[in-house]
Design a protein around this ligand. Sequence first.
Ligand SMILES: Nc1nc2c(ncn2[C@@H]2O[C@H](COP(=O)(O)OP(=O)(O)OP(=O)(O)O)[C@@H](O)[C@H]2O)c(=O)[nH]1
Ligand SMILES: [Mg+2]
Length: 355
Amino acid sequence: MNGTKSILLAGIGTAGSTIAREIRDAFDGNLRTIMCDTDAATAQMCEPFVLLGGNRLAGRGAGGDIVAGRMAAEESISAIDSHLDGVRIAVIVTTLGGGTGGGATLETVKHLARKGIPSIVFATVPFTFEGDDRQRHARSVMRMIEDAANASFFIPLNDLAAETDNMKEAFDIARARLETGITFFWRLLEKPGYLRLDAERLRNILSRAGHGRFAAVETSGENRAREALDRLLSSPAVSGGTGTVRAILCGILAGDDLRLSEVGIVAGGLRKAFSEPMRFDLATVNDEESFGGRIAAVAMLFESTPEESSGNKPKSVLSGSGQKNDRFVKSEATIWHGENMDEPTYLRKGISLGF
Ligand SMILES: Nc1nc2c(ncn2[C@@H]2O[C@H](COP(=O)(O)OP(=O)(O)OP(=O)(O)O)[C@@H](O)[C@H]2O)c(=O)[nH]1
Ligand SMILES: [Mg+2]
C-alpha cells in the first residue's frame, strides 16, 4: 500500500469533521479521510461519514454533553472498522468544547488502540469566554486523551487572541495551524526527500511520543536557514513548555536549491538548543513546486512532565539490562546486542550529517 494511504485522517464532531474535510480539500483531496459526528447534518458536507449514536441521539448531535458523546461513540465507533483496511497510523482532528469532540475522541483513540493502530490527536481547546464548564470539561478530557493517545497536540484558542481580535480570523488561524501540523506527516511520506521517513518509521517515532508541541515557519532569501532557526527557537511551542524535551522530529521542506549547510544550520541549531539527551529525527522533503526558493521548517517536540522526568526510568524489554531510555515518555529502551535501537542509525554508528 502507498505510504500516504496507510495514514488515516479522522475528524470527530461537527467542527472536527469540517476541519478534516477542509484540510483534505486544501491538500488536493489526496488524504485518506473519515468524518464521525453525532449530527446527521454533517454527512451532507463530509464524505465518507460515520454517524455516531444514531439510536441514542437520532442524528441530532450531543448538545454539548460529553457523556452523550462518549456513549454515542461506544454505540457505533466500530462502524469505522470498514475504513481501516491497511491503516498503520491515525491522525485525529477535533475541537474540545462540544459534546462529540469532547466525548467521542477518547473512545475513538481507545478503539483504534484495540485494533493496534496508534493515534495522534490534534485538538483545539475552547476560548475562556466560552464558559467555565467547557473549559473544565476540555481540561479533563485533555488529560485522558494525553494518556490514551500515542501523541497529542493541543491548540488553546485563547493563544490566538494575541494574534487577532476577529473571531473568524482566530478560527482561520487555528485551522491553518492544524493543517500545517497534520499535513506535515503526509508531506514527509508523499514527497521525495534526501533524508526520508517512511510510514513504519513515522509510526515508530510517534507511537511512543506523548504530549507534543509544534512550530512551523517559512522563510526565503539569502539567510533563510538562519532566520528559520531563529524563528523556530523563539516560537512559544519551542521556547515554552514545562517538561523535559525527550524527542524532536524536525522536518525541512524546500525546493531543489536546498543546501547541505542550511540543513546543518536548522537541524543542528535546533538540536543544540537542548542540553538534555533526547531522540532527534530529521527528515527533508524535496518539493520544488510548493517550496521552490523557500524553506519551510517544522519542529515537533515531545516532552515528559516534570514528574516523569524525575521518576523511575523503565527497564529494557529485550536485554533486561536496565539501560535507561531517556528519549521517550512512554517507552522502554529496545536494546539489541548492546545497542539502543531507538537511536537513529546515523547516531548509533557515529555517521556525520555535516552539522
Ligand atoms: N477550530 C475551530 N473551532 C471551532 C469552530 N467552531 C467551533 N469551534 C470550537 O469547537 C467547540 C464546539 O465544537 P462543535 O463541533 O460545535 O461540537 P461537537 O463536537 O459537534 O459536539 P456537539 O455539537 O455537542 O455534538 C467550541 O467550543 C469551539 O471552541 C471552528 O470553526 N473552528
Ligand atoms: Mg455538533
